[in-house]
Each structure stands twice: as C-alpha cells, then as structure tokens.
Write a protein that binds this ligand. Structure first.
Ligand code: FE2
Length: 595
C-alpha cells in the first residue's frame, strides 16, 4: 500500500488547527488563531448543530453560562461553505505551503468533531476519491501522546474536559483514558466517564477565579498562593482505587446496554456540586482567599488523581515510559509531580497536548493504526509552521523602517548577532526573537519569544507594565542550556517543550528571581543545539557574558492576542509595545528612543 498524504483537522470547541502527514511524518501544523490573529479562534460560533455533537442539547443555557466561547444558537451553520471562509482557506494554504504539496495531493482527511458535514463537503468537491475518517476523540489523544514519542513502548494517560457522546459508551462523552502503546499499536485499558472530568473541574474553578475558557494556566499559576483550606473540605469526595465511588446508580449502568466505562479507577464525587456555593470573581476584582484556595484545591486534586493513575498504569503495564496528552497534559506542575512520584523513568508530553494537537494524533492514527505502517516520525521539535521567504522578512523590516524611529543592523554572520542580543538582554533591555518556523503548541520555544534577563528581580514587573499587561502573580519561564539544567533545577530529564515544572535548587532562587515562581518552581525549557541552533547559541552567548546559562522566555505577544506568526506580526507587536529590541532573522532592530 502506498503511503498516503493525510490531513489531520481539529475542529473542536477548544481550537481549530491542521496538520499534514507526508510519508508517515508530520511535516506541518498550525492553528487558525495564529493566522486569523484572534485568540482561541474556533472558526464559527458554537451553534445549534454543535449542541448535538457535544451532547449539550438538554440544557444549552448551562453551557453558555459556564463556557465563554462564542455562541450562536439561533443560526444553523451546517450549510456554510468552508471555501468561502477566509480563515479556513488561509489555514489550508499555510500547511500545504509548509508541506510543499497541493490540495489535490491529499489522499485522506482525518477530522473531528464539529462541522463534520462542512469539512466533508469542502474536500469532496475538490478532491474526488479522498477518504474521510472521524477517529474517536480520546483514542486520537492517545495517538497524539504516544505515536510521536521517542518510546518504542509506553504507558499512555489522556485527560481532558470532554469528548463527544458515542453510541458505544451509552452517549457518555468520556473525559480521558489510560492506554498502552507498543510499536504502531495502541490498546485502551480503561476509559473515564465525563462525570470524572478533571479538565471539567479545573475549567469550572478557572471560571470561578475570574478567568476565561482556555485560561487554565492562570489557575495553575495562582494555585501556590492558596491554602489547603477548601481542599481539606472537599477531598473526602475524591475516591481513588479500583471500583472507587461506585454507587447504586453506577451498578445499574454496568448492566445497561452499550460499552459504558465499567472500571472506575477514581471518582470526583460531588465536587462540582460543592463548587456551586462560590461566586465567580469579577474581572479586575482582587483575588479573595477563597479564589486562591479554590485554585489550590483544583491543582491538588489533579495532582492526587494523576499520581494515582500513573502508579496504577506503571503497575498494570510494567512500562518505564509515560506519555501524556489531553488538555490536562498542559499542567506542567502536575506533570513533574507525576514523573517524580510514580516510578516512571521517562515522560513525553506532546507539545501541543490539548485539542489543537489532535490534528497530529488523528493523522498518525490513520498512518500507523489504520494503514498499519511502522512509526517513521518522532517529535524532536515543535517548529511546525510554514517557513517565510527572505522577501517576506525584508518587506517586514522595510515597513518597520518606514513606520518608526529605529536603528536596523543586518548581520552577515549570526554569531555577532547573538553577542549583540546577549548584550541587550544583559543590560536590562526587553528583547524579542523571531526566527524560522513557528511553534505549533501554546508555548513559545525560542522562535517566537520575548527574551529578558532572568537575574533581574524587577524584570517581571517591567515586562508586565511595558509589554505583556498580564496578571502580576504569573511566573515567567527560563530557557536553559540542556546540559546545564541539572545545576540549577531539580531536573534530570529533558523538558524541551516547557511541560515540566521542577524545583529551583536551594540557593539558586535568588540568582534567577525573574523565572522562579512563588513556590520555588520554574517551568523549564531545556534547549539543545541540534534542535534549535540559533536559540542555543544565543543563550550560550548570554552565558559567556554573565555566567548564567539561561534567559527568561515568554511568548511573543501581548495579553489577549495569539503568539505572533509572520515577520509582519512581529514588527507590529514590537512597534506597538514597550519592547526595545527585535531580533528578526538576521536583523537587529532597536528603537532609537527606548520607552
Ligand atoms: Fe480533548
């Protein structure tokens, strides 16, 4: 059988993205939000048709109240022609251009789960003969977790908010699964019902803390400011252990038709009901003790359950390797505790762990599981966006020259540019760094990053007041030379995608205060030269200047906007904020009068 060109398409309520698999390898992936410049863009509002898909028909008002996605329950979008939607066309052009193939080279489209009719119609009209497959949500997450991992075999943990109702589960949407991967096979061991949704619990606490849907990272940052008070009150609801939390009505379900999740490994009891007595924090209102304690509680419960599940998996599978995906997998604090406490030697968390990364999971599902090919792809980096030409870059640089009072230097060699950048960072400047292809996942990993001095105790406030305009309590992250990470952090494993948050070694927290969180942890990115030569060499230059083998790295955007994608986006963000310096490919651009 010929290796097919496969398009994976995420059309979920949490994201809209596309990935291309050519010769069994993921060669391009990006999210709609980066191109449309609308954060968390899901293309079309949640509509009447979606209510069916999500299993929300019984009481749509509840979802509207709890989830701040764009809703339009009046209109029917099922007839909308995707060919006429600018955002969809741009996303397709972007990934096809990155992969170097045309639309009619696609043999198979793997997609789920909104707009399925529209997607099918769009491609059927344009690519006669293409096959359409809608893989299951959590199996696709398991594929996304394991198939691109470096492991030949591994245990797999998938945890998210919810999938879609299916006949075989008695219309339970499910909220995760445990599985085992080996070669190009994945076996599901146990599935979790939506009533045990860790992602759902975390999302609800996120809402109560006054944050928006998809802003669970803010809750994670707030958690260490809380106390265990609420956790102590609620933890009796949580049951861990096989058969946990089985109640009379569950027993009834066990004998009902359909393949409902039978084995209960944990239960959240009436946790959600308990939350009803709390009022959500209003925007711009200070955090009350309750809000901080709620964040603490959600984080603690997620950690308790994940550690329990990981230990169970370790025992059940005998594997030393663990792969994680699903939205909960973005919780780098919990991921590190899982690694530290469950007996696994190695962990892999796919960098785009939540629904956007499903595009990759679905495409690999087709190639490896359906078509049966051996795994030919391992994720070593997350720079999956389309490349830009020298013309694109020069055009952006010229527009910068026209629009602002800047000094522009073009470097023939990169090394002196690293020195100039390192010096700017060392002298307290806020710098930005745009290089190569964009990161697919939510973390900027050195190609679309704002970089600053991790040693400066005031840097957090400076960045917040001049560029990021975000909550002052949230931590910034370090990008550290991989071979030096163990000297500063309690970390003896790679963390290339910033999805582990180890402790900062005693005595080092005062050396790098700008990247040390209040609980003395840091969301570390370990950088190797073979993965990102330019970024590595820049950090190395900073080390030569200062003796510190890391820089502060935060995503290149301002609050409320997606990470910059094109060189033009980079120039726009640079000029509209208090960033002093832009390193754009070979160009060093500095504002003449720093703000
Ligand atoms: Fe999901």
């Amino acid at each position: 059988m010929k290796k097919r060109n496969i398009l994976g398409l995420t059309t979920s309520g949490h994201g809209f993205s596309a990935a291309l698999c050519v010769e069994g390898k993921i060669v391009a992936a990006n999210s709609l939000e980066r191109l449309s410049r609308k954060k968390y863009d899901i293309l079309l509002p949640i509509s009447k048709t979606d209510l069916n898909t999500f299993g929300w028909n019984d009481n749509p008002a509840i979802y509207k109240q709890h989830i701040d996605l764009p809703f339009d329950l009046e209109k029917d979008y099922s007839e909308v022609d995707f060919g006429k939607l600018e955002g969809f066309r741009r996303l397709m052009d972007h990934v096809l251009n990155a992969a170097g193939i045309g639309l009619d080279d696609i043999d198979c489209v793997a997609y789920s789960y909104r707009h399925n009719g529209n997607v099918k119609r769009f491609f059927e009209e344009r690519i006669p003969g293409a096959e359409f497959i809608v893989p299951e949500h959590h199996l696709s997450h398991a594929c996304q977790a394991f198939l691109p991992s470096p492991f030949e075999e591994a245990a797999v943990m998938v945890l998210d908010g919810q999938g879609v109702p299916m006949k075989r589960t008695g219309y339970d949407q499910l909220s995760g699964c445990l599985a085992q991967g080996s070669g190009n096979r994945i076996e599901t061991i146990v599935e979790f019902p939506v009533s045990a949704s860790l992602g759902g619990l975390y999302a609800e606490v996120t809402r109560l803390c006054g944050f928006q849907t998809n802003e669970e990272g803010k809750t994670m940052g707030l958690a260490p400011y809380g106390t265990p008070k609420i956790y102590e009150q609620v933890k009796g609801e949580i049951r861990l252990g096989e058969g946990a939390g089985l109640r009379l009505r569950d027993l009834k379900r066990l004998f009902s038709p359909g393949d409902r999740p039978k084995e209960k490994l944990y239960s959240l009891g009436n946790c959600m009901g308990f939350l009803q007595k709390f009022e959500p924090r209003q925007k711009d209102e200070p955090f009350s003790d309750d809000h901080k304690d709620l964040a603490f509680m959600a984080q603690q419960i997620v950690e308790d359950v994940m550690i329990y599940l990981a230990k169970w998996l370790r025992e059940k599978t005998g594997s030393k390797n663990l792969c994680i995906a699903g939205g909960v997998g973005l919780n780098c604090v919990a991921n590190f505790k899982v690694l530290d406490n469950s007996g696994f030697d190695s962990i892999f968390v796919y960098p785009s762990a939540s629904d956007n990364g499903l595009a990759v999971g679905q495409a690999l599902y087709i190639h490896n599981l359906v078509d049966g090919f051996e795994r030919a792809y391992r994720t070593t980096h997350d720079y999956m966006g389309a490349p830009y030409t020298e013309t694109d870059i020069r055009k952006a640089v010229e527009s910068c020259r026209e629009d602002a009072d800047v000094v522009i230097t073009e470097f023939r060699e990169m090394k002196p540019l690293y020195g100039t950048m390192a010096q700017a960072i060392e002298t307290g400047k806020i710098t930005s760094w745009w290089q190569g292809r964009s990161e697919f996942g939510p973390r900027a990993l050195g190609n679309r990053s704002i970089l600053a001095d991790p040693r400066d105790p005031d840097m957090k406030d400076v960045l917040n007041s001049r560029v990021k305009f975000r909550e002052s309590y949230r931590p910034f992250t370090p990008s550290v030379l991989a071979e030096r990470a163990g000297e500063v952090f309690e970390l003896n494993t790679p963390s290339p995608f910033m999805l582990l948050a180890p402790g900062v070694k005693p005595g080092k927290e005062n050396v790098i205060p700008a990247v040390t969180h209040v609980d003395n942890t840091a969301r570390v990115q370990t950088v190797t030269r073979d993965v990102n030569e330019r970024y590595y060499d820049l950090i190395r230059e900073f080390e030569i200047h200062t003796g510190i083998p890391m820089v502060l790295n935060t995503s290149f955007n301002i609050a409320g906007e997606p990470i910059v994608e094109s060189p033009q986006d980079a120039v726009r963000c640079f000029l509209s904020t208090g960033i002093d310096v832009l390193g754009l490919d070979r160009f060093f651009i500095e504002k003449r009068t720093p703000e």
